[in-house]
Design a protein. Sequence first.
Length: 83
Amino acid sequence: MSQERLNRLRDEIEALDAELVRLMEERRALVIEVGSIKRKLGLPVMDPTREAAVVRRAATLARDQGGDEELVRDVIWRIISSA
């Protein structure tokens, strides 16, 4: 493997990291808005059934794309718990 190829791969990884951070922040903003609407409607903010469905859906997407389902489950649970 050449140093040039290594550098290009690292650049691609950094670009993906930036996109991941942007997407996480976009998701976080949406979750905050959902929570605000739920509070105004008098609904419970926490919904374990919905959270589990979100995680299952993400794991299915990972599986369908040949990805690591467990990794995706872990990441999505972590994102949900941080909100």
